[in-house]
Design a protein around this ligand. Structure first.
Ligand code: NAD
Ligand code: UFG
Length: 336
């Protein structure tokens, strides 16, 4: 199939593009590189030996997007492009609504004009908010605790309403839990700009001595050791979740939601311990107050994706950390 991947130069996008190319699909990427590098796509081509057609531009620009659809006979869109830093969204809500909501509307208008009605959307476990764990696709979505989560909820609603109005649409909503890890080759991985917000990229900087210590946000949560618990999933497993959902939605119509997680929650202290064990480096850390917008725990059920997509995450936490460290060893300053 011909797949348009928005945000295909980013962390999850590059891993998904490798998986798509390896599965025999043709891939066209739209990215404005606001949080990524052209080098990542060159690396994708090194890994797969296949080329990707790149359109540099902003999904918010309708004319640009319409042209991409005119020039390519697209079957399905996989929509990663978006801003993703929870803390930044609290400071810059309008930029998040513009990029993530307006950008998606522009993309959907261009799809409509071209008669392309199949889309997979990168949503997030943050749509569940404070919930009873584990969360399943039937769990109610909670009140968004930050503008980023709000944009994901709004886009989910837009896609639901479109598919209800026009039954020719086929929509796959993928609610990711916490993606970490990197490609086994060490050629692609997460390369955040500036000081990282997320736990694993921050730990990497501490391990390299680029930052002095990790701040653990909160040790008074109602969890096994007081620190936040999350469902960390290898980005390679996540990438396979996209090809599995692509197979599903390409053969049907309607609106489908799948959680992509492992079903296991690890605390921040668990992660530090595993990271120290595998890297053989001591990680200094200090406890601080809870981070605004954070919840205590979040982990997923896995049955729906297992049954409907025949997909299950297989990499262990040790695999995720080893592959992160391999990427880091080969690329101590990411793609820079
Ligand atoms: P990323 O920042 O690495 O990748 C996003 C890509 O989209 C980047 O290459 C960026 O340049 C591009 N982009 C952003 N806005 C754009 C625009 N207006 N036009 C064109 N390109 C644009 O992020 P990621 O971790 O790969 O996340 C991909 C998607 O998955 C995002 O929608 C994110 O919200 C979602 N998600 C990520 C996580 C996570 O923890 N990484 C978890 C849940 C959901
Ligand atoms: N944490 C620290 N110190 C840090 C960074 C994080 O203690 O320096 C803690 C957090 O408080 C939390 C856990 O580590 O308990 C994980 O935090 P991350 O920032 O790595 O991840 P989040 O769960 O906050 O959010 C991530 C992405 C979102 C995505 C969500 C669910 O940033 O975009 O996972 O997929 F929506």
């Amino acid at each position: 199939m011909n797949i348009l991947v928005t945000g295909g130069a980013g962390y999850i996008g590059t891993h998904a593009v490798v998986e798509l190319l390896d599965s025999g699909h043709n891939v066209c990427v739209v990215d404005n590189f606001c949080n990524s590098s052209r080098i990542s796509l060159a690396r994708v081509q090194d890994i797969t030996g296949k080329s990707v057609r790149l359109y540099e531009g902003d999904i918010c620009e309708f004319d640009f997007m319409a042209e991409v659809f005119e020039k390519n006979d697209i079957d399905v869109v996989i929509h990663f492009a978006g801003l993703k830093a929870v803390g930044e969204s609290v400071l810059k809500p309008l930029i998040y609504y513009k990029n993530n909501v307006e950008g998606t509307i522009s993309l959907l208008r261009a799809m409509n004009s071209a008669g392309v009605k199949k889309i997979i959307f990168s949503s997030s476990s943050t749509v569940y908010g404070e919930a009873v764990m584990p969360v399943s696709e039937k769990s109610p979505r909670g009140n968004p605790t930050n503008p980023y989560a709000s944009t994901k909820k709004i886009v989910e609603d837009i896609l639901l309403q479109i598919s209800q109005t026009d039954p020719a649409w086929s929509v796959g909503i993928l609610r990711y839990f916490n993606p970490i890890g990197a490609h086994k080759s060490g050629l692609i991985g997460e390369s955040p700009q500036g000081i990282p917000n997320n736990l694993l990229p921050y730990l990497c900087k501490v391990q390299l001595g680029q930052l002095p210590f990790l701040t653990v946000f909160g040790n008074d949560y109602p969890t096994k050791d007081g620190t936040g618990v999350r469902d960390y999933i290898h980005v390679l497993d996540l990438a396979k979740g996209h090809t599995a959902s692509l197979d599903f939605i390409s053969k049907t119509t309607g609106y489908y939601v799948w959680n992509l997680g492992t079903g296991v929650g690890y605390s921040v202290l668990d992660i530090i311990k595993s990271f120290e064990k595998i890297s053989a480096v001591h990680i200094p850390f200090r406890f601080s107050a809870r981070r605004p917008g954070d919840i205590a725990s979040c982990w997923s059920t896995t049955e729906k994706a297992e049954i409907e997509l025949n997909w299950k995450a297989i990499n262990t936490l040790d695999d995720m950390i080893s592959d992160t460290l391999n990427w880091l060893r080969l690329n101590p300053v990411g793609y820079n």
